[in-house]
Design a protein around this ligand. Structure first.
Ligand code: FES
Length: 105
């Protein structure tokens, strides 16, 4: 039986209501076929940390509410596929509501 590939997802975390400064959490996610950044974030929230905050709406590339930075480049989380470890951060770090969710998107 083939072992599942695990990837590391390093997530920006910050809750302006309780954290003094931002930090990063790293989660291991099984790569089952092709996964989007949003699939990884959903896996983390459903299986590893229900407190991870990010925004999902259409999941089709229309609303642009899921814009984040992946390895420093802005992208739509719902349309960006991943094959290896990555770092995900909010698009607008100065307008954070919580974690990967920014105001104004
Ligand atoms: S969720 Fe609407 S564009 Fe990604």
């Amino acid at each position: 039986m083939e072992e599942k590939k695990m990837i590391k997802v390093k997530c920006f975390r910050f809750d302006p209501k309780k954290d003094e400064s931002p930090y990063y959490d790293t989660f291991e996610v099984p790569l089952n076929g092709l996964l989007s950044v949003q699939d990884c974030l959903l896996y983390i929230r459903e299986n590893l940390d229900p407190s991870l905050a990010f925004f999902i709406n259409c999941r089709l590339g229309f609303c642009r509410r899921c814009l984040v930075r992946v390895n420093g480049k802005s992208c739509l989380a719902c349309l960006t596929d991943v094959e290896d470890d990555f770092t995900v951060e909010p698009l607008l770090k100065d307008k954070i509501i919580r974690d990967l969710w920014s105001k104004g998107l």
